[in-house]
Design a protein. Sequence first.
Length: 88
Amino acid sequence: MTQTANQATYPIELKWVNGIEWGEIEHPDYGRSYMTYWDGGPCYDTYSAPLLHEDGSVTVLRYCHDEGNWVDEISMEDYVEGTTYKFE
């Protein structure tokens, strides 16, 4: 669910600095599609852009192409302005 506070709609999609666009995939739990990205290797999983939540937390949604389903919401470090997000 998205929320609006201080004229920002959460979650805010951040950017991968080295992610390659794979394509949009509908997420049934959130009622919207997310562009997914991968690192250029074998494509078994793709990931949403990092999502900044109102509380400062950042998560990434993982789509498993073997299962054909969204399988994880991965927590990352809390947001700090200037942070870059990249596949390693």
